[in-house]
Design a protein around this ligand. Structure first.
Ligand code: ADP
Length: 422
């Protein structure tokens, strides 16, 4: 629990008053108060101002000093999201060969139960074969030139100075390695898409810091070409994008399973032909009709649950939601089922991974950063995620074929009050 009593009561009362009467702003709490006390001052002011109780927001157990300095300014408390467990998820990858219980944080009733059913089918089918490529984190500053000739000279300069750029990136972090540089010229606009490997970290901050040094200390002074923005939206971060789909960003995940006919009918109440039909008409034609780049049923659901539980940047669900589900009928009556997620930013260190519940979740998954083997921990995390997405996708697709979607949500996704409706 968080409620350490404020030590300077009169000061705290005065500060609450100052906030309520708007003499100071939420970020102007004096720094001699602890982060804990500052949070209490903000909560009390808000409670008074809005005549509400924030009692649940003030019940937390993470380190407020760390959270308020690294994760969240103007901290007032916590948003609690229930965590359920699915599994064990049978993972057969290059890093993980194991059955793993996976925590998912969600408010969507039926998600855990459904994903769990997918896990049972994966276990009965011998496990999910997974493969993860560490394609690297990208950042693409955008530059402005005077025209075609300067754009060409600029790109040539970048290509000739790749080694210097690589050295500069290395100097910002021993975990950061420049993998490639890909310029993209748009007349007087040049995007330079840098791709980095970032060890166990998701790498967005590390890539941004490295790009800042590269642009400010080397490219601009050497070329005289102005950088308009450090992120030129050709990176692309937190937006669905064809360039990420084609080239990948963060981790690229593959997972597959061949489910025998008997498991299909017993565990999933389905058959290959119906799964293929739903895949074709819903995931493919439906997505084409809607202009969507998410040719899948619900990658985002499992990603969001996994991201909240393990401290990932939640906005990256947007990137992860693009991808394709594949279903094929096999001659032996089995169904081949697989998922492809081209762009999943993921970290086992940094971001929200060090917060109290998030770090417990990572331990539960057996994800521990080893300083001597950077990149291993995050690959374990990615392989487990790939198998869990496969389980969630499988179960929902089967639910469509057996017309079980609405009834599952009625049974599991509604409280007693709602369940009596209609
Ligand atoms: P990100 O770059 O993923 O947005 P941070 O800004 O928190 O996240 O950066 C990650 C931090 O973790 C960096 O300071 C980096 O030096 C540190 N770090 C420690 N161990 C590792 C590791 N094994 N892999 C990557 N980064 C690591």
């Amino acid at each position: 629990m968080s409620q350490s009593a404020p030590t300077h009561n009169s000061t705290v009362d005065d500060l609450v008053r100052d906030l309520v009467e708007r003499r100071i702003r939420m970020h102007q709490i004096p720094s001699d108060l602890s982060a804990e006390e500052a949070a209490e001052v903000r909560r009390r002011a808000l409670e008074e101002q809005a005549s509400v109780s924030l009692d649940h927001m003030r019940r937390y157990s993470f380190d407020v000093d760390v959270a308020s300095s690294r994760n969240c300014e103007n901290l007032i408390g916590v948003a609690q999201v229930p965590i359920g467990i699915v599994g064990p998820v049978p993972v057969r990858g290059d890093t993980v060969e194991d059955e793993v219980y996976v925590p998912l944080a969600t408010t969507e009733g039926a998600l855990i139960a459904s994903t769990n059913r997918g896990c049972a089918a994966l276990r009965a089918a011998g496990g999910a074969r997974v493969y993860v490529e560490d394609v690297g984190m990208t950042r693409a500053p955008v530059f402005r030139t005077s025209g075609i000739d300067e754009s060409r000279r600029f790109v040539a300069w970048i290509e000739e100075h790749e080694d210097e750029i690589r050295d500069l990136a290395r100097a910002t972090s021993r975990f950061l390695e420049l993998v490639s540089i890909r310029p993209f010229v748009f007349s007087t606009t040049v995007f330079v898409r840098f791709r980095f490997q970032s060890g166990d970290a998701m790498g967005m901050n590390m890539a941004t810091i490295a790009c800042d040094r590269i642009v400010t200390n080397l490219i601009e002074p050497s070329t005289g070409v102005h950088c308009t923005a450090l992120s030129g939206n050709y990176c692309v971060d937190k937006k669905p994008a064809a360039v990420n789909f084609q080239e990948g960003r963060g981790k690229r995940l593959f997972a597959e399973v061949e489910i025998p006919a008997e498991v299909l009918s017993r565990t999933l109440k389905t058959n290959p032909a119906d799964l293929v039909e739903v895949q074709y008409r819903k995931n493919l034609l439906g997505s084409i009709a809607a202009g969507s780049s998410g040719f899948n049923a619900h990658f985002a659901n499992v990603l969001a649950g996994f991201f909240i539980a393990t401290g990932q940047d939640l906005a990256h669900v947007v990137d992860g939601s693009t991808g394709v589900t594949f279903v094929e009928e096999r001659p032996n009556g089995a169904a081949y089922f697989s998922v492809f997620l081209p762009t999943v930013p993921l970290g086992a260190i940094g971001g929200g991974t060090g917060l109290a519940t998030q770090s417990e979740a990572l331990k539960l998954l057996g994800v521990a950063v080893d300083p001597d083997r950077p990149g291993q921990a995050v690959m374990r995390l990615a392989e487990i995620l790939a198998a869990t997405v496969l389980a969630g996708e499988l179960s929902l697709m089967a639910a469509f074929t057996s017309r079980d979607l609405a009834s599952a949500h009625e049974r599991l996704g509604r409280g007693p009050a709602d369940a009596t409706e209609g």
